[in-house]
Design a protein around this ligand. Structure first.
Ligand code: ADP
Ligand code: MG
Length: 723
């Protein structure tokens, strides 16, 4: 909901502060939704639009003109001069092409307009976006289409304001060329199947739609802008390609949840203010594990809106950081050897009357409907662990998955004590009890007795049940959440379809509660037996889990090059096509882009690395070599012994030699890739990345011996600790 009073605002943070406006005052003030819509649209138009937004019903094109004019009036009152269709192409970023409201064809000179058609479709010459071969460059036509279910908003930057209309992006033939179209399709697929389950339980009365819900926590690093400007690797690749670990990392755990530094707090406050204006329900902020690392998390929303809000969150973090002389690093692993960043994807299912379908409630063992949804998730993750893994596979995330700070590449489900106990009971017969958490006595009478959850948390699991939702923790911090959620929704839709079909067939006409309970229990028992291997409540960081997972037959797809193959299987093609999420052509296109991005990203890193080694590191090392050689000569000519310095010089010359050889090896691996896309990715994994690691080791060894005043780059210690 928006702020109750609609104040014309220009998005000036400083003015808001001067007028004492709080986050709550400005919440949603730059979005066309809720109260604003209600006030500015005729009732029938408002109602029709709400039915599309809330109940997933088809959009009535007849209302477009009225909505367009109201939106334009509202936006111009807030200083907007332009509008754009704002969409998420397959680059993994957002795109916008602005058009002025100004129109000069009228007989009276200039007017300010936007028509219903302008609102509903756009036709950018978008030939330069990746299409994965769906479209040749000479076939430039693509369409953007209004997604009325995500609120339009005004984006301000410098002195300009632009009305952004959330949109999808498709080809001339209607193939999805963006991340949102399949996400929206996958939401419908989940809804259709979830409604069938509700209907088996007679719980579908008054429910027209089931939403997936999403709250994604964003981790990020902040570094001072001057350091960023002095590092080519950060500028080009978003991560450091060389750099020796600082003497102190997060060993003392004194940064995590620590007091937020004043400069960072000023940054966070402005970020939250701006996100509130855009209707993003930001909620939580804290220091993260690594020095210089932080987190921001919103309250969950329906997945489609949440996915747009997530993109806005990254945009606002990056732009506000600049105003504060900082740079926000969103990369999964900006600093080797230091905790990386993820984007925990909290996901659940909710009916349109607001019931969370993954809420176990008190006597969980009797809550058959919940258990059906729960086991459907377990089944989906077991059958399609490879697809979930592939959905988070890209070069940046490879540094993080399995690096003892994030879950391994093995996808498993954590359920916790209470639910695992119910699965045990199910495997042995009818479940008869639900474990209770009880309460916790803190041993001091002035402290309260606190209610305890029925199970502990597990921070090491890639897919953890956390009370009334699942937390998919393998998503990387730069990810566009639309894609992993598209995959998640699709595999869930398939599982719900399976469960619904089995139940419908077995239940038949006789729907007495006892009969339904008996049939549901036996189906649950079968599914639990077949798929329990994917459930693991232990420590996913422990090495023994790798062996155990292998024994259980769970896939362990370590790198992107290993993981992407899952999206090329017949199983995957059939699945996405069956639920009308992606046709085979659309899926193939995406896979091609994912492979291409993988090797292109690593190759850009490789070239950046070689240029830094040759033009920054090597010259610094040679300068030191000259200094040392000078010392040796001068000392000797003074008639003194200089063996130690001579040895030091000898050692340095050795390291310089290693660096030269390693840089040559990176260059060679980078310039000779195979033609075929899959072979190219394997070559990057097997030859280029190891060569880069060796070069990095050589550079880092030099960093430890070359004097500070000769070292050309800001060090890890400077970047992480100077704020
Ligand atoms: P943490 O995992 O760091 O302890 P929190 O428990 O504070 O984080 O919450 C994580 C996220 O889960 C928040 O964004 C919250 O809105 C989201 N969340 C809570 N309930 C749901 C739900 N039903 N569906 C989706 N996300 C949810
Ligand atoms: Mg979390």
């Amino acid at each position: 909901m928006t702020a109750s009073t609609e104040k014309p605002r220009t998005g000036s943070y400083e003015m808001d502060r001067a007028h004492g406006l709080t986050h709550a005052d400005v919440f949603g003030s730059l979005t066309f939704t809720g109260d604003v819509m209600l006030k500015r649209l005729p009732t029938d138009v408002f109602d029709k639009l709400q039915r599309t937004i809330r109940q997933g019903l088809p959009l009535d094109p007849g209302i477009a003109n009225t909505v367009a004019v109201a939106m334009k009036d509202w936006a111009t009152e807030h200083g907007a001069t332009h509008y754009c269709h704002w969409f998420q192409p397959l680059t993994g970023t957002t795109a916008e092409k602005h058009d002025a409201f100004l129109s000069t064809d009228g007989p009276d000179g200039a007017t300010s307009t936007i028509s219903g058609e302008d609102l509903i479709v756009g036709e950018p010459d978008a030939s330069s976006f990746p299409s994965g071969g769906i479209r040749d460059t000479y076939e430039a036509r693509g369409y953007t289409a209004w997604d009325a279910t995500s609120p339009a908003f005004i984006l301000t930057s410098a002195d300009s304001a632009t009305l952004c209309i959330p949109s999808v992006f498709v080809s001339y033939h209607g193939e999805a060329l963006d991340k949102k179209t399949p996400l929206i399709r996958s939401n419908h697929a989940v809804s259709d199947q979830a409604l069938r389950i509700l209907s088996v339980f007679g719980a579908d009365a008054g429910v027209t739609h089931v939403h997936t819900t999403l709250g994604s926590e964003q981790e990020y690093f902040l570094v001072d802008r001057s350091f960023y400007q002095a590092r080519r690797d950060l500028q080009i690749c978003g991560r450091t390609l060389i750099g020796s670990p600082p003497p102190k990392g997060h060993q003392l755990d004194d940064h995590y949840f620590g007091a937020i530094p004043a400069r960072v707090m000023a940054f966070m406050t402005e970020v939250e203010h701006r996100l509130c204006e855009l209707g993003v329900p930001v909620k939580t902020r804290h220091n993260e594990v690594a020095p210089g690392q932080y987190e921001i998390a919103p309250t969950f929303e329906n997945t489609n809106v949440s996915a747009d809000h997530q993109m806005l969150t990254m945009h606002v973090l990056e732009t506000v950081a600049e105003d504060h002389g900082l740079v926000c690093l969103m990369h999964e692993k900006p600093f080797a050897g230091v905790n990386g960043s993820g984007k925990h994807n909290n996901w659940s299912l909710s009916s349109d009357n607001g019931v969370n379908l993954l809420n176990p409630r008190d006597e969980t063992h009797t809550n058959m409907q919940f258990l059906v949804f729960l086991t459907a998730v377990i089944r989906a993750v077991d059958l399609h662990a490879d697809l979930l893994r592939a959905s988070v596979a890209y070069a940046g995330n490879d540094h993080r998955l399995g690096a003892n700070e994030a879950p391994p590449a093995i996808i498993s489900v954590f359920l916790g004590e209470m639910l695992s106990d119910i699965l045990d009971q199910l495997e042995q017969g009818d479940p008869r009890s639900t474990k209770k958490g009880g309460s916790l006595d803190l041993g001091a009478k002035t402290l309260p007795l606190i209610p305890r959850h029925a199970g502990d948390r597990n921070r090491t699991s890639p897919f953890a049940f956390t009370g009334n939702k699942f937390e998919f923790r393998a998503v990387g911090s730069t990810a566009t959440v639309a894609w992993p959620n598209t995959v998640l929704n699709t595999i869930i839709a398939e599982s719900l379809d399976f469960m619904a079909t089995e139940l419908e067939q077995r239940v038949g006409g006789d729907r007495s509660p006892e009969r339904i309970e008996r049939i549901v229990t036996s189906l649950l028992q079968e599914v639990v037996k077949n798929h329990r291997r994917v459930v693991f409540d232990g420590d996913n960081y422990d090495d023994s889990w790798h062996a155990e997972a292998e024994r259980r037959g769970l896939p362990n797809l370590r790198s992107t090059a290993d993981a992407l193959g899952a999206l090329r299987t017949e199983k995957a093609k059939k699945l996405f096509a069956k639920y009308a999420v992606l046709s085979e052509v659309e899926l193939d296109a995406r896979v091609e882009i994912l492979y291409e991005r993988y090797y292109k990203v690593v190759e850009i890193e490789a070239r950046t690395l070689v240029s830094m080694l040759r033009t920054e590191i090597l010259p610094a090392a040679l300068r030191f070599q000259t200094e040392l050689a000078g010392t040796v000569t001068a000392t000797r000519s003074a008639g003194l012994d200089c063996e130690d310095t001579r040895d030091q010089l000898q050692g340095l010359i050795g390291l310089v030699g290693e660096l030269r050889t390693a840089a040559d090896a990176v260059e060679e691996a980078e310039t000779s890739p195979p033609e075929d896309m899959v072979a190219h990715a394997s070559h990057v994994r097997d030859a280029l990345i190891p060569a880069m690691k060796r070069a990095r080791a050589a550079a880092d060894a030099l960093e430890r011996v070359v004097p500070d005043d000769l070292w050309p780059l800001p060090t890890y210690a400077e970047m992480l600790f100077i704020r």
